[in-house]
Design a protein around this ligand. Structure first.
Ligand SMILES: [Zn+2]
Length: 378
């Protein structure tokens, strides 16, 4: 069924094409030819003009051989840098790079898997509903292609994004933001009579905030302390302060890193301002509450698309495992916001966004096999 040589060659051919964000013209040209020769109608939207790209988002429409609700595969054609002159090599069944570059399995493994699945569907004459392959630009610089995609060009209201590491992983939810509540407890005392009997919660909170990276952290990550309240009177060393804040990121790893950082600042401040009162060590107590927020993507467990993915895996004697976030932030977030029910599925890529990036041929094959069953069941 799935041809492991063909999919490996397909992937390596794509990996060798340099396609940093907003410089995807060569990659688009290659894909346009590839999809056209497979019988797709190619359309572009007008995203390039809005965001200054070389080329716009591409939609390859494969007409259905049976009637039914159309289906989307979502992938992106850009990669992170360094991606000049990528030299993919195959060693012991694993594709890596020879040079000092990324491999670009993120997201070209996904593109190659979709292409291979469609090749098999054509060869085996498997009946299928209309399929729309959406290949976006600028995913790696804040999902700007998907955000500027012309959704009126899409008919489908459901689909799968191929854009997370590992195999047989299914991501339904991606943490776009965390909300915080910090309660700092010090020790009250009369500020004029016996300040040495007190430990100021306000001082601890202030020290923690002064240590904190806040505001714009990077192009896709922000953080804020939004409210602060506490203390009782000018002559009382403040016993309690309550702060609330948030962190947001399009990248799940960065979100958890920023979250950890903010929590750590409070603990460090409490350590630093620890003091002895009546011969006893007294340290402020910090109660940190983190509430994950999923405004960008939350597909219910009982959604049709989840059942479809499980059904496809089952036909292969496999099972899709549910993973929360963890690198699960991609174009699918934006598709869901635009009324398209979409989950993210693992492509087999590993160590993405690094020069150690790799993908095993066996995994490329496994994912392509899964996609064939998805198309059959859709
Ligand atoms: Zn990606």
């Amino acid at each position: 069924m799935v041809n492991s040589e063909r999919i490996t060659e397909e992937f390596m051919r794509q990996a060798a094409i340099s396609s940093p964000s907003l410089q995807e013209a060569e990659m688009a040209h290659y894909l346009e030819n590839r999809f056209s020769e497979m019988g797709a109608e190619i359309v572009y939207d007008d995203a390039a003009g809005k965001i200054g790209g070389e080329v716009s988002n591409m939609i390859a429409r494969f007409p259905g051989s049976k009637a039914g609700e159309p289906f989307i595969f979502s992938v992106h054609m850009d990669t992170v840098v360094p991606c000049e002159n990528v030299e993919p090599i195959l060693v012991d069944g694993v594709v890596r790079t020879a040079g000092e570059t990324i491999l670009g399995a993120d997201d070209k493994a996904g593109i190659a898997e979709v292409i291979e699945a469609l090749e098999v569907v054509r060869e085996q004459e498997i009946e299928h509903v209309p399929i729309e392959v959406v290949v976006t630009i600028g995913e790696e610089i804040g999902l700007v292609g998907a955000k500027n995609l012309d959704y009126s060009l899409l008919e489908a209201k459901r689909g799968i994004a191929l854009d997370t590491p590992g195999v047989d992983w299914l991501v339904r939810r991606a943490p776009g933001a965390n909300r915080f509540r910090f309660e700092v407890f010090g020790q009250a005392a009369h500020a004029g009579v016996a300040p040495e009997q007190g430990l100021s919660a306000i001082e601890v909170a202030a020290r923690a905030i002064a240590k904190m990276r806040l505001g714009r952290i990077d192009f896709e990550t922000t953080a804020n302390i939004g409210t602060i309240e506490g203390g009782l009177a000018t002559n009382i060393v403040a016993e309690k302060v309550v702060l609330t804040g948030e962190a947001r990121s399009h990248d799940a790893d960065k979100l958890s890193e920023q979250t950890e950082h903010m929590l750590a600042c409070f603990e460090e401040a409490a350590d630093e301002l620890q003091r002895e009162i009546d011969g006893e060590p007294v340290r402020a107590v910090v109660k940190s509450e983190v509430r994950p927020d999923f405004p960008r993507m939350s597909v219910p467990e009982n959604a049709g698309i989840v059942a479809l993915a499980q059904q496809a895996a089952k036909r292969l004697g496999r099972e899709m495992r549910d993973r929360l976030g963890g690198g699960g932030s991609c174009d699918a977030n934006v598709f869901n916001e635009n009324g398209i029910e979409m989950v993210i599925v693992g492509t087999g890529m590993q160590n993405v966004h690094s020069t150690e990036e790799e993908v095993a041929v066996e995994d490329l094959v496994k994912v392509a096999e899964f996609l064939v069953e998805v198309i059959r069941a859709a």
